[in-house]
Design a protein around this ligand. Structure first.
Ligand SMILES: C[C@](O)(CO)[C@H](O)COP(=O)(O)OP(=O)(O)OC[C@H]1O[C@@H](n2ccc(N)nc2=O)[C@H](O)[C@@H]1O
Ligand SMILES: Nc1ncnc2c1ncn2[C@@H]1O[C@H](COP(=O)(O)OP(=O)(O)OP(=O)(O)O)[C@@H](O)[C@H]1O
Length: 291
């Protein structure tokens, strides 16, 4: 196989709780992750000459070893002494530095794709072990679907699928550093832990309203303090008929859960009219896990 075209899907966190802090600065989490059908196109092409070449529609993305897709390719090239090189084309649609695992999902696609392209014979678990070295969200991006993520995000338990719904995504024009958000959380008392078990029970019952009303993200308060526009987008989505609305990951993307197409379209117009976000998308949930 000389060329492989992949979809790197983004995610939202339906729930994000922090239950501890490790000596290396990483945090123990309990998160409910959900894959969305909103994706970057990732194309892998073998090259005869050695080296990793990155091309992207976004001029500001790093093209060197600061790109997480580059790091993923380098990890496998070094470990398996792969001869020749690879060209990676990233056609980005997932908002960048947004809390939607865009980079992590690109890295997951590279690991998954190179394993097939070069016949490395790694199992999904072995790919995930390599993924977590690149980032805490990478193992989940390899697995996909509705999943409980614990540890630093790499201990994964599949959950009942998210009921059919429409997701509204709105990213205000600000970038957030995940590291800084977690660091700021350390100087705060967590007043209320989100009801992760309530989300899981809602999923098991196939009850979309119960899932939406149990959602919570312990990082939200930290990011909202700095960027109040996040709270404004939430309010706007709720006014527009969302069953629930929340910040994803470390932010600043906000998502809303809607029952039907008509309401989600109206709410998306409302967010745009109010000038709260320029990057506004409607996406379906993607429940299939990768095997
Ligand atoms: C916010 C989330 O996206 C929610 O899914 C993840 O927890 C973060 O996943 P990620 O961006 O893949 O994380 P990494 O690239 O491994 O780490 C970025 C930074 O986030 C912080 N970090 C990340 C994961 C975690 N469990 N605890 C942390 O404290 C660390 O300071 C780290 O330096
Ligand atoms: N392939 C990539 N795609 C997007 N950003 C990348 C990539 N490689 C490196 N980066 C850099 O990583 C930073 C974070 O980008 P990314 O979109 O992965 O963040 P995120 O959505 O917050 O991810 P997460 O939800 O996993 O924390 C950006 O500042 C960007 O320059």
């Amino acid at each position: 196989m000389e060329k492989l075209e992949l979809k790197a899907l983004g995610k939202i966190n339906l729930g994000l709780d922090v239950i501890g802090r490790r000596d290396n600065g990483y945090h123990d989490v309990r998160m409910v992750m959900q894959t969305l059908y909103l994706y970057d196109n990732v194309v892998l092409e073998k090259k005869t000459e050695p080296g990793i070449e990155i091309e992207s529609n976004l001029f500001f993305l790093p093209k060197d070893d600061n790109n997480i897709a580059y790091k993923a390719a380098k990890l496998l090239i070094d470990e398996f002494q792969i001869q020749g090189g690879i060209k990676i084309t990233l056609d980005k649609h997932i908002p960048v530095a947004a809390g939607m695992a865009g980079g992590s999902s690109n890295a997951a696609a590279v690991l998954y794709g190179m394993n097939r392209m070069f016949g490395l014979g790694l199992s999904q678990e072995e790919l995930m072990e390599r993924g977590v070295v690149l980032g805490a969200d990478v193992p989940y991006c390899i697995m996909r679907g509705t999943v409980l993520a614990e540890g630093i995000g790499e201990v994964l338990t599949p959950l009942a699928p998210m009921p059919k719904c429409q997701i509204l995504i709105a990213k205000p024009p600000i970038s957030v550093s995940t590291k800084l958000v977690y660091e700021k959380l350390d100087s705060k008392e967590i007043e209320q832990h989100p009801d992760i078990d309530g989300i899981i029970a809602g999923l098991e019952a196939g009850d979309l309203s119960a899932v939406a009303s149990s959602m919570g993200n312990v990082l939200e308060k930290v990011t909202v303090e700095e960027y109040p526009v996040i709270a404004q987008i939430k309010e706007c989505m709720l006014r527009g008929g969302a069953l629930g609305a929340m910040m994803s990951g470390s932010g600043p993307t906000v998502f809303g859960i809607f029952k039907d197409r008509r309401t989600v379209k109206q709410a998306s117009e409302l967010v745009k009219e109010q000038g709260l976000a320029r990057q506004v998308y409607i996406a379906n949930v993607h429940n299939a896990r990768r095997r």
